[in-house]
Design a protein around this ligand. Structure first.
Ligand code: ADP
Length: 545
């Protein structure tokens, strides 16, 4: 091999941090506080405080590779942790504040966190599990109006006396930067250890025009929590480009988000569909209230964005959705739905349908789908199989070594998503393998059915899931939430679906509920629906007999 003669310059988040200081000192970071007021400072302030934080953590004994956990909403101090901890060579471990204390205890023990930084408002949650995590030596509290209890360190007082510059160590780009756990809906949560290199390459790719095009003139609003899959890389890409950042703090209700979008002239926002369904519903009620002309696009992912929502935003409010697919195991973005040049001539409905797919792989990510026996399947838009991925920001193993069966001997990661791939590479997720409905041995796509239900004018949300059936094993059942003041009968919903699906795909029944249960990351929690209504059809049959 003739080796190239170029510098082996490490790809690290430290470079992002230094770049922000050098060029973007005046860019702003805005955070909504618990009392709803807005806190503002500049990247110059952010840089200085990040240095102070690194000094304080070093003084507490944090060494390279140590895990420093955060239990926080999205705000500027969380951003300081996102950069200060990895830049000093340690690892930021984001704890998901929506998990049960037992899960948090398991995760913090597994990660062997030495320090936890916690929002004061979340202290009651921390107190429920911290005693059972022996590795934790210090708890640092990010203060608000309330008191910081005895025996806990106050973040602001801790960093105040420290120097505002830091001599960052030279890091290997392969060193760990961040630890994120999967939500563990199947089995125990598993740790995914992002490297500096994976964070950098992922952020860089997100900034491409053909991806999200994040740039210095953007104002980026990560609604997606920073405790979930690195907030999809938004904080990394934001600091890298010097974009203005707007953080929602704990206020994730539609009105607070829309206020922030309008007041801060947000150009790019990112979050899961359940958040955006609420926002669309409020916009429909008060279409003139918010000036959203600065919005370039809303990145929506984490679960399938219903086509009716994508269309509603575009046609009723002139807002463009960029549908994305990803997972904790991949830093997390893998595919992104954008029509290409060859689709320009397509009728609008077809272009919209492309936007509703999960899209095609972003650069440096490769995809394939395989049969149950591991056979690689054709990209014909019809054959369903499990999606597998590989690339520089795909996990090569879990932290701790669990789940080794998710990694194939030929170097791919098994996503657990059932998909089709078409000739142009567009991925369509039909289900997560654990949510698949198998009726008489045939698969029914719950995602396709719920997307169609959510296109009904009276329906706010719908989740379709497997209910037990004595004859067919499983049959689809739909849980439906209506928009305020609206309703529809079972027959109307069935008629609505009949136009689009073969008969045996139609749900056997509909249950009307006030809200679809959610996972800790805001997705429909179908396991809970199966638990609550799994026997519904069996019971109905019994009472009919
Ligand atoms: P969890 O959902 O277990 O909390 P992740 O956030 O890592 O953890 O979830 C990744 C999964 O979310 C994917 O495997 C896929 O099933 C689902 N997902 C993510 N984005 C989309 C999308 N755009 N459409 C459909 N499903 C999605």
């Amino acid at each position: 091999m003739l080796t190239g003669r170029m510098m082996d310059f490490p790809l690290t988040l430290t470079h992002f941090l230094e770049r922000a200081r050098t060029y973007f000192g005046r860019s702003e970071i805005v955070s909504r506080q618990p009392d709803k007021s807005l806190h503002r400072y500049t990247y110059a302030d952010f840089y200085r405080r990040t240095c102070k934080l690194a000094h304080a953590l070093a003084r507490l004994g944090v060494k390279p590779g140590d895990r420093v956990a955060s239990l926080c909403w999205n705000h500027s101090q969380h951003l300081e942790l996102y950069f200060g901890v990895p830049a000093m060579g340690a690892v930021i471990h984001t704890l998901n504040l929506r998990l049960h204390p037992n899960d948090l205890a398991y995760i913090a023990r597994h990660a062997e966190d030495r320090i936890v930084v916690v929002d004061r408002s979340l202290l009651p949650l921390l107190e429920k599990f911290i005693a059972s995590v022996p590795s934790v030596e210090h708890v640092i509290v990010i203060p608000d109006d309330g008191p910081t209890p005895e025996g806990r360190l106050d973040y602001e007082k801790l960093i105040a006396p420290e120097q505002d510059s830091f001599s960052w160590p030279q890091l290997d780009e392969r060193s760990a930067a961040m630890l994120c756990y999967t939500s563990g809906t199947t089995g125990n949560p598993k740790g995914v250890l992002y490297s500096h290199r994976s964070c950098v390459l992922h952020a860089l790719t997100l900034c491409m025009n053909d991806a999200l095009g994040i740039c210095e003139t953007d104002t980026v609003l990560p609604v997606v929590p920073m405790f979930h899959a690195a907030a999809w890389g938004m904080p990394h890409a934001g600091v890298f480009t010097g974009a203005k950042l707007a953080f929602p703090g704990p206020h994730l209700d539609p009105k607070s988000i829309l206020d922030l979008m309008a007041d801060e002239r947000v150009s790019l926002a990112a979050g899961v569909p359940t958040i955006w369904l609420g926002i669309l519903s409020l916009l429909d009620q008060e279409p003139k209230r918010w000036d959203l002309r600065a919005m370039r696009t809303m990145a929506i992912g984490g679960s399938a964005a219903p086509p009716a929502m994508i269309e509603g935003f575009l046609h009723r409010h002139g807002l463009v959705v960029t549908h994305a697919w990803g997972m904790t195991e991949m830093n997390p973005v893998g595919t992104l739905a954008r029509p290409r040049r060859q689709h320009e001539h397509l009728p609008q409905a077809e272009r919209l349908a492309l936007r509703a797919t999960q899209g095609y792989a972003i650069p440096l990510v490769e995809v394939r789908h395989v049969s149950d026996s591991g056979q690689v399947l054709p990209w014909d838009g019809e054959t369903m199989g499990e999606l597998e991925v590989r690339g520089p920001w795909v996990a090569s193993s879990y932290y701790g070594g669990e789940g080794a069966d998710r990694f194939t001997p030929d170097g791919w990661f098994k996503t657990g998503d059932v998909v089709t791939l078409d000739a142009e590479g567009y991925v369509r997720i039909t289900d997560r393998s654990k949510d698949v409905i198998k009726s008489g041995g045939e698969w029914i796509s719950s995602v396709a059915l719920e997307n169609a239900l959510m296109a009904h004018p009276a329906v706010l949300e719908a989740a379709v899931f497997a209910a037990k059936d004595p004859k067919w094993d499983e049959r689809p059942l739909a849980a439906v939430v209506f928009k305020p003041g609206q309703s529809a009968s079972r027959e109307e919903l069935a008629t609505h679906l009949e136009k689009r699906f073969v008969k045996w795909w139609l749900p056997d029944d509909y249950v009307f509920v006030p809200q679809i249960p959610r996972t800790s990351t805001g997705k429909f929690l179908k396991s809970k629906l199966r638990e609550d209504f799994g026997d519904h059809l069996v019971k109905r049959q019994r009472s009919n007999n």
